[in-house]
Design a protein around this ligand. Sequence first.
Ligand SMILES: [Zn+2]
Ligand SMILES: [Zn+2]
Ligand SMILES: [Zn+2]
Ligand SMILES: [Zn+2]
Ligand SMILES: [Zn+2]
Ligand SMILES: [Zn+2]
Ligand SMILES: [Zn+2]
Ligand SMILES: [Zn+2]
Length: 313
Amino acid sequence: MGELAIEQPGFQHFDVENRQHAFYEERPTDNEYAVLRQMNGEMMPVEETKDDASATELLERGYLQYGCPHYHRRCRIRAPCCNEIFDCRHCHNDAKNNINVNQKQRHELPRHQVQQVVCSLCGTEQEVRQVCINCGVCMGKYFCGTCKLFDDDTSKNQYHCNGCGICRIGGRENFFHCYKCGCCYSVLLKNSHPCVERAMHHDCPVCFEFLFDSRNDVTVLPCGHTIHKNCLKEMREHHQFACPICSKSVCDMSKVWEKFDVEIAATPMPEPYQNKMVWILCNDCGKTSQVQFHVVAQKCAHCKSYNTRQTRG
Ligand SMILES: [Zn+2]
Ligand SMILES: [Zn+2]
Ligand SMILES: [Zn+2]
Ligand SMILES: [Zn+2]
Ligand SMILES: [Zn+2]
Ligand SMILES: [Zn+2]
Ligand SMILES: [Zn+2]
Ligand SMILES: [Zn+2]
């Protein structure tokens, strides 16, 4: 089958937040604040005073030198659930939510409930804040006080979505929160996606991972249902082109249907079947029609789709 360019631009999922300094539970000092804003490129660097220079130095110590496979960050977190210290919530979940852990004890870290962090430079345990209360280092250039998220790698363009209640990546300007779907979608979908109530609040129909806060890219099908980008790719590689939830075509199939037309025209049914009529229900437009039976497929009389099923002989 030919190349079926379809997929609407998806939205990426991860778990980070934005630069709303208003979230600070404990505000940095004015000096730290000015330096942070400069570091984040929000202010043209003004003439640096000596104090600014040393404050910057202090904040930037160890930048990109600490962290785990999931984040560059300069602190670890105390898990509120099991009271142990982990590099990040994913490290916690990897350790505490796998099949080797007794099923009763398996759990995920409730990210919003983290209260204490441990500075990676000086080891001081303290309440969640961006700048270490003891040594003055910035523990994460991207910091979300709501999600308790720290990340020194700001190239992900993290932002916190109040609608989602979590941090996402990809840049606030590239996404909008759809309150009907209950999720952030690419602005390219703003006027073109069919809304499905809480579209993301279910498991991927292929791999069964919960989609809302999945770290893998998720895409919206033309029917409005959602699925991992990679799972959709796999489906298509296996020549499955129908949404696993509602059976509508997952992409523009008109080129494929044209090939069906040709194939069917080239293979007339043998004599006894030539006048056999059947009723079909179209998975794409939802209408029924009575059409001539063919062993290859039945074409919807309304929308020309071959994505149909026979309802009665
Ligand atoms: Zn980690
Ligand atoms: Zn410290
Ligand atoms: Zn957040
Ligand atoms: Zn959102
Ligand atoms: Zn929507
Ligand atoms: Zn999946
Ligand atoms: Zn669907
Ligand atoms: Zn149809």
